[in-house]
Ligand binder design. Structure first.
Ligand code: F6R
Length: 255
């Protein structure tokens, strides 16, 4: 695992975007797992900037897969993750995208929908998965206590997650969601975890320095062979003090 800590959030966003841009610019088909949330907004902004600088266009080789979606929710609802993705990224980099896949928030049968999505992931393994970190350690909507072998499924949101996400949600937020499971996330060839802000500092320390435990879903990422964690100073200051290494398998770089 490589941890990169930037003194400014803006720098961290540019760095995270620079890790993603080569996937978008690949000349061969590439599958990218995307996330939503506040953390990702400035990252997508930086990515759009990097991709479209000097009037460049894509060659349409990218397939995107979104990590999760509220349920039930209409795909046209402004609070849906599908709309979020169109607003912040997909409508702005159309020429790079071959196809975007989402969990359908309006699926009548959520279990069937999750099996459909799981099947797509099986046929299209992810080259990279972008992740944010919940203040309770969740990744996707895999809340603490989720089994590491979990697959794509319907989950109930915890009150912590609902309170936090209500800040961005117009109207009444659904109680449930569909999410890729931890085992699905771990099958991505590479993972980029982005963590900003002092309120994530403790959970990041727990995920990186604590034991691998289902109480902190993000702690499993330490067992993946290709993970980069990008943090700003506010979230990563304690880890930055461990630079250049936390242990044999975790390096820390300060930008
Ligand atoms: C979003 C997602 C969530 C968020 C996490 C952090 O698709 O799956 O795990 O990445 O809740 O959210 P923010 O960035 O809003 O703090």
């Amino acid at each position: 695992m490589n941890i990169v800590v930037a003194s400014q959030k803006e720098e961290a966003c540019q760095y995270a975007a620079s890790l993603l841009a080569p996937f978008f610019n690949a000349r061969n088909p590439v599958r990218i797992g995307l996330a939503t949330g506040e953390t990702m907004i400035p990252i997508y902004q930086a990515l759009v900037q990097q991709l479209t600088a000097k009037g460049q266009h894509g060659v349409g080789e990218v397939e995107t897969f979104n990590l999760d979606e509220y349920w039930p929710i209409d795909p046209s609802h402004p609070g849906s993750f599908r709309q979020y993705m169109h607003r912040h990224l997909l409508s702005l980099v159309g020429s790079w995208i071959r196809k975007s896949y989402f969990l359908r928030g309006n699926a009548r049968d959520p279990d069937f929908e999750c099996r459909r999505f799981e099947g797509l992931l099986g046929e299209h393994p992810l080259d990279v998965q972008l992740l944010g970190l919940g203040i309770n350690g969740h990744i996707g909507f895999n809340e603490p206590g989720t089994l590491f072998q979990s697959r794509t499924r319907k989950v109930s949101l915890t009150s912590t997650t609902k309170e936090r996400n209500a800040r961005q949600f117009p109207g009444i937020m659904p109680d449930d969601a569909l999410t890729m499971g931890i085992a699905d996330i771990m099958e991505a060839k590479a993972i980029i975890l982005v963590v900003f802000g002092s309120d994530k500092r403790d959970v990041l320390i727990r995920a990186i320095l604590g034991q691998v435990s289902e109480d902190c879903p993000a702690s499993i990422l330490k067992t993946h062979p290709h993970v980069t964690v990008v943090a700003d100073e506010a979230a990563g200051s304690v880890l930055a003090r461990r630079s250049p290494r936390v242990n044999r398998s975790i390096t820390v770089t300060i930008l």
